[in-house]
Design a protein around this ligand. Structure first.
Ligand code: NAP
Length: 251
């Protein structure tokens, strides 16, 4: 997909790690000028060091309205516009059954994963409406489609919510030249998965047995789909919730 985003400006949240880092690199390979954002300044800056000189890091906690407003404002001040936004930052939260799930973790998780996605969209949409054009991709999950026994109710609720926001925005803004889609990754090897699986390679093996392709995905395999959805190759794709899951949801 070389040059598919030439002269475009792309923003990636959660760009300091995992899928976000791979996406930042993929957007740059596709020719976009990339703004990487993350709550962790060290990891975000590390991503930018792997990228072309036109790339920039702007720190922001996506759960905080002033920081998100400033992130989009600084992106536009610096790059003149915003063509592609990959709203990808999220946290996994606690592992606890619903009746024991800690309130404060619930609030923080919904604040980052759901409100954070909405806040990013709110300010991205304002800019894209001025331009009359834009593409937004939100990271949901296979956990946005189905429940699970994994004791992650807040995470699952947040990822269902991200699909609701995505579909609503696709319907509300499609006629104004803005496409909004979501990625639904399955099990992808990232620091988040490593934290969830702990130091238990056998658990990962067992999980892989439930995936039709019998393996975890890579961050690059998700990143390439984000680039495609932002490119003109997907010009008539709007409101899609795209599984990238080795066939998991086909079960
Ligand atoms: P990751 O490696 O943990 O990366 C997430 C990044 O987001 C981290 O750099 C994290 O910083 C950052 N972040 C956390 N809270 C933030 C906030 N409030 N504001 C801005 N940035 C924040 O996770 P990943 O696996 O790449 O996940 C990326 C996305 O894919 C997430 O939306 C996740 O839910 C989704 N997803 C992942 C999988 C999977 O199997 N890995 C499957 C389905 C969906 P800190 O590390 O400092 O918190």
């Amino acid at each position: 997909m070389e040059n598919s985003l030439r002269d475009r400006v792309a923003l990636v949240t959660g760009g300091g790690s995992g899928i976000g880092r791979a996406a930042a690199l993929a957007f740059a390979r596709a020719g976009a000028r990339v703004v990487v954002s993350d709550v962790d300044p060290e990891k975000g800056a590390e991503t930018v060091r792997m990228m072309p000189a036109s790339s920039t890091f702007i720190p922001a906690d996506v759960s905080l309205r002033p920081e998100v407003e400033q992130l989009i404002g600084r992106t536009v001040d610096l790059c003149g516009r915003l063509d592609c936004a990959f709203n990808n930052a999220a946290v996994e939260g606690a592992i606890a059954r619903m009746h024991e799930y800690p309130d404060e973790v619930w609030d923080r998780l919904i604040g980052v994963n759901l409100k954070g996605t909405w806040l990013c969209m709110k300010y991205e949409l304002r800019q894209m409406l001025k331009q009359g054009k834009g593409a937004i991709v939100n990271t949901s999950s296979t956990a946005g489609h189905v429940g699970s026994r994994g004791r992650m109710s807040a995470y699952i609720a947040s990822k269902h919510g991200v699909l609701g926001l995505t579909r609503t925005a696709a319907v509300e803004y499609g006629a104004q030249g803005i496409r909004v889609n979501a990625l639904c990754p399955g099990a992808i090897r990232t620091p988040m998965t490593d934290r969830l699986l702990g130091a238990d390679p056998e658990r990962a093996e067992r999980m892989a047995q439930f995936i039709p392709m019998a393996r975890f995905g890579t961050p690059d395999e998700v990143a390439e789909a984000a680039v495609w959805l932002c490119s003109d190759a997907a010009a008539y794709v709007n409101g899609l919730a795209l599984p990238i899951d080795g066939g998991y949801l086909a079960h």
